[in-house]
Design a protein. Structure first.
Length: 534
């Protein structure tokens, strides 16, 4: 017997996660005031059919002590045993997906007139009732309006909006909810303990997440991965679960999201190709990516308490959210959702995801190309092959701060040699008033970089170097990457006509300005430049 059938609740107290349904039905059974028709609506695997069978069992239970207001079925009488075994003559289950026509409902109307065989009530459970045709619903409507005293209907559906209002108005509607992760893990831990299945906590947590709130799916996956054991002493690992279920690793998902956040098309496409040819589930890969993006949106909305995240994951999310704009996150989610609907039907499974990668990075590629063309009169030579980010600890203001500096930043190094092809730019000093113009120039060509610079603050300048202060080390590393430094330094050259190197100082105590403060600062700078009086 499969695990989900073996551990199907046989009493109301065993129902997990549907407290409002359990309480209402329990009170109705205790008082004897129950309806002739119920509609259980909710996502798959949430317990609709299980609850319908429990209700049928309790209604026909002869061992239930009605005088004491008991609502739980005894599971010992003949009726309870027959319903549990699935061969009760007075509980009829109908699959509306395969019996959806008017002829089947007419047949039901003829048979419903006959009294129950051995029980008090004849109970009809109609699963996926939204699949019934319009004519079938019309035929059922008359029976629901004037049902026989011995007949009770329990209808289950995953799409209540497809059920006609005339049917809904004649039944009590109960909305079932998806189970939360804690409830899923509670059930899984109970099952692995009783079945003596040894499995890593991380592996069990992965199964819980992949069930997406469906108890049945969680138990089915657990049963599948349990088959890998050679004997009862074998402990199932996270890697084995990922391999059996065709799931991507957390690092692959994070790398993919970060590569798109940085407009690194090549890396993102390589990851998609790797995942596809390893036979991993692209739909789940997209779902995991969307889950990360959703958390980023919640962080932007200051609702980080709405999701669970470990210390390392939470820190990583906060760092990414500092330089990834809300608009970019929303766009990524939209493209991923669109791709997930096409993955199954696409001739090439990976193609919809590859197209999403191109669309998310195409604008950035074009912007960078245009910026390069506009500045083709300036050549940037790197005398040091390892142009990148060097990290060191330096004291500043009595505290320890990490500094991310483009390599070759020393006074004795040649650094970046700027050569004009046509004419030399006039030398002009750089000051804080130039920064809004530099920011505007960068934003016109690289939105992602501009988003990072939005939270950077101008910290000072020398004859050949500009210092920016940022709050996070990761933020500094991104700004000081070779590609981004080229864009920033080219923008500075265009604004003030002199070559400057850029360094970032990481200051954990830095106060990031709010958007309104930034706008006011830009406005004040503009007034100073154009000498506007108040």
């Amino acid at each position: 017997m499969s695990l989900y059938r073996k551990y199907r609740p046989q009493k109301f107290e065993s129902l997990i996660g549907q407290n409002h349904v359990r309480q209402t039905l329990s009170n109705a059974l205790s008082s004897g005031n129950f309806s002739h028709a119920y509609i259980f609506s909710g996502p798959k695997g949430s317990g609709k059919t299980t609850t319908a069978r429990l209700l049928a069992k309790a209604l026909n239970c002869t061992g239930r002590e009605l005088s004491l207001g008991s609502f739980e079925p005894c599971n010992k009488c003949r009726s309870c045993k027959e319903i549990t075994a699935g061969h009760s003559m007075d509980m009829i289950e109908i699959d509306a997906a395969s019996n959806r026509g008017i002829d089947e409902i007419r047949d039901l109307r003829e048979k419903i007139k006959f009294a129950p065989t051995a029980s008090k009530y004849k109970i009809y459970i109609i699963d996926e009732c939204h699949m019934l045709t319009k004519e079938a619903f019309n035929a059922l409507l008359k029976t629901l309006e004037e049902p026989p005293a011995h007949a009770i209907f329990i209808m289950a559906t995953t799409e209540a909006h497809k059920v006609p209002p005339t049917i809904l108005s004649r039944a009590q509607v109960f909305d079932f909810k998806k189970a939360n992760l804690q409830d899923i893990l509670k059930l899984l831990n109970k099952v692995v303990a009783e079945e003596s299945i040894k499995i890593d906590d991380e592996a069990l947590h992965l199964i819980g997440r992949l069930s997406f709130g469906a108890f049945r799916d969680a138990l089915s996956m657990l049963e599948q991965v349990a088959s890998i054991r050679e004997d009862a002493r074998h402990k199932i690992t996270l890697e084995q679960v990922q391999e059996i279920l065709g799931q991507t690793t957390a690092s692959e998902v994070w790398d993919f999201v970060e590569s798109l956040a940085n407009s690194d098309r090549k890396k993102a496409l390589k990851l998609v190709e790797k995942i596809y040819f390893e036979g991993k589930d692209l739909e789940n890969f997209l779902a995991e990516s969307i889950s990360i993006l959703r958390k980023l949106i919640l962080i932007k909305a200051e609702l980080s308490s709405e999701f669970e995240a470990g210390g390392e994951e939470e820190q990583r999310l906060k760092e990414i959210s500092e330089y990834l704009t809300t608009e970019k996150i929303v766009l990524m989610i939209e493209k991923f959702v669109e791709a997930s609907t096409k993955v199954k039907t696409s001739i090439l499974g990976q193609l919809p995801l590859e197209m999403a990668v191109f669309e998310l990075t195409e604008g950035q590629q074009i912007q960078n190309a245009k910026f390069k063309m506009q500045n083709d009169n300036v050549k940037i030579k790197n005398s040091d092959e390892g142009h990148g980010v060097a990290l060191s600890e330096v004291p500043a203001s009595g505290a320890r701060r990490s500094r991310a500096i483009a390599s070759g930043g020393g006074a004795e190094d040649k650094g970046l040699a700027w050569e004009a092809e046509s004419e030399k730019h006039p030398v002009a000093g750089f000051n804080q008033q130039h920064w809004p113009s530099v920011f505007k120039e960068v934003k016109a060509h690289n939105n992602s970089l501009a988003a990072m610079l939005r939270d950077a603050q101008f910290a000072g300048t020398t004859d050949s170097q500009i210092t920016l202060a940022v709050k996070f080390k990761f933020h500094a590393e991104q700004i000081c990457s070779k590609r981004n430094l080229t864009v920033i330094e080219s923008a500075i050259m265009k604004v003030c006509g002199s070559p400057y190197k850029v360094e970032c100082v990481v200051d954990p105590e830095l106060k990031i300005k709010k958007p309104l403060e930034q706008e006011e600062e830009v406005l004040n700078n503009a007034k100073e430049v154009f000498e506007v009086e108040e």
